[in-house]
Design a protein around this ligand. Structure first.
Ligand code: NI
Length: 268
């Protein structure tokens, strides 16, 4: 438990806006060393599948560097303030936009296709390189988590990084949207129903972000066979199977699971 006045203030802002940023997970130099480890992990990709797909879901089971990031106590302290003491890690995606990459993310709510109820779900999005307007930082629509689920249309548009190219059908108040500008080592936290998206990377450098999906232990999967990893507190509910903890990169069981998860195409 943290329970400081400052932390409680953060929880109140999170409830109101549906997000918090910028938060600091590590110094820029440490973020850069993670980025270099992930580059080495990428160079070793044995799957024959495009790297961007390999690391879209549950990448912490394939990559030790990402597993270290998702278990960092400083991040979990803030997540605990908004989700409570019992926290599972459901998935982790590495969002990589190459230099001058047309890839973008349309306006969407994360939980629309995830098959998880209730929506006590947050994403911590950690920048390993600068998230700027030029590099295609995320944009958040304040308060958009407060209603229910919105209708989405599956466009399957080229260059859309979402599995279905899904986009919110109701009008999005783009004027109100805020740019989530982050330095390497900083992160944002956003609610599972928050409407958000991001533009292409127009910068000459690649943009790396790790999206970490944390859920409260009482959340239930609506499909069978879903799994997660306890990262803080206890799981008194047992709604999920237990993900194994890898001791190295690209372990055979993790590759098998990763290919299975990919078939779900559960997306973003
Ligand atoms: Ni998203």
């Amino acid at each position: 438990m943290t329970g400081t006045a400052n932390a409680n203030g953060a929880a109140v802002r999170f409830q109101r806006d549906g997000f918090l940023f910028p938060l600091t997970a590590m110094a820029p130099g440490e973020a850069d060393s993670y980025r270099r480890r992930i580059d080495a992990f990428r160079a070793a990709n044995p799957t024959g599948r495009p790297f961007r797909e390999v690391v879209k879901s549950k990448s912490h089971l394939l990559c030790r560097a990402i597993l270290e990031i998702v278990r960092r106590p400083g991040i979990l302290d803030v997540v605990e303030d908004v989700l409570g003491p019992d926290i599972l890690l459901w998935s982790t995606g590495l969002f990589l936009k190459e230099a001058h990459d047309p890839a973008y993310v349309s306006w969407h709510q994360d939980v629309r296709y995830w098959g998880l109820e209730p929506h006590d779900i947050v994403t911590a999005w950690l920048a390993l390189t600068p998230a700027t307007i030029e590099s295609g930082a995320m944009r958040f629509v304040p308060g958009s988590h407060a209603g229910g689920l919105l209708e989405h249309l599956d466009t399957r548009a080229e260059h859309n990084m979402l599995a279905r190219g899904q986009v919110v059908q109701e009008p999005v108040d783009e004027e109100a949207a805020v740019d989530v500008l982050l330095k390497p080592g900083q992160y944002s936290l956003h609610h599972g129903r928050l409407v958000h998206g991001s533009a292409p990377n127009r910068s000459p450098e690649p943009r790396y972000g790790v999206a970490i999906r944390y859920i409260a232990a009482h959340v239930r999967p609506t499909r069978t066979g879903d799994s997660a990893l306890v990262v803080r507190g206890r799981d008194r509910h047992g709604h999920f199977g237990s993900d194994r903890i890898p001791s190295g990169d690209y372990e055979p069981w993790a590759l098998e699971l990763s290919a299975e998860v990919h078939k779900f195409a559960s997306g973003h």
